[in-house]
Design a protein around this ligand. Sequence first.
Ligand code: ADP
Length: 255
Amino acid sequence: MSAAPATTDTHSAPAASARGLSKIYGSGDTAVVALNEVDLDINASEFTAIMGPSGSGKSTLMHCLAGLDSASSGSVTVGDVELTALKEKKLTALRRDKIGFVFQAFNLVPTLTAEENILLPLDIAGRKVDREWFDLVVDTVGLRSRLGHRPSELSGGQQQRVACARALVSKPEVVFADEPTGNLDSTSSAEVLRFLRTSVDEYHQTIVMVTHDPVAASHCDRVLILRDGEVAGELWHPSREQILEAMMAQTEDTL
Ligand code: ADP
């Protein structure tokens, strides 16, 4: 593991990056430093996991990178746009056009069918559906026969695959997945992770996933480990065992 800044010297531009990113909640005696001057590049067409003990800043980092939360200082860039320089209206448009989200609780609209849920973000944005791409995404997630079903008629794993398809159908610059397998059994988790992996390998999607699960993280190209609001280390193509070892080391250090 290295504790050097998690920036990489690759030839292609990063899909997202943070420079000197700090987030402080509250002020004075009660101030909490959730992120402490984080420097980070998220490489394009890679599957990156963010791990770390509870309270280490995973959610805050993801929310700042995705433009869901504002930075206290420093900058965040997605593609070639600096989010931290945008006003709320432009930020909302950027989130809609350039970022896909997958949440632990699926967040599907219960009254809409799977197909309607997948197409909802494009409908809201008034964007035309690329039918060929829609078909490819639907077939890759294995939902062809379920398109007319409502969420209540689908298993948890199927619902999360609908949510993944919804995130991918607009071809976002980055998909942020917040504990996407947290509510799933191991078989459904494996299906969702396989799909996320395929979307990186075959469609060059960039994915950032917050997870507690070493098995989920072992599907990733790179695992960033946070501690106390800083990137404490990173692993490349790690096994489940290597991830467990790194997590144990972080926990032991804090005991
Ligand atoms: P993780 O996702 O790794 O559990 P978080 O990003 O949620 O960590 O939290 C990082 C730190 O920031 C924690 O100490 C947490 O208590 C604090 N924190 C997070 N959100 C808020 C908030 N809205 N107000 C105050 N403190 C917060």
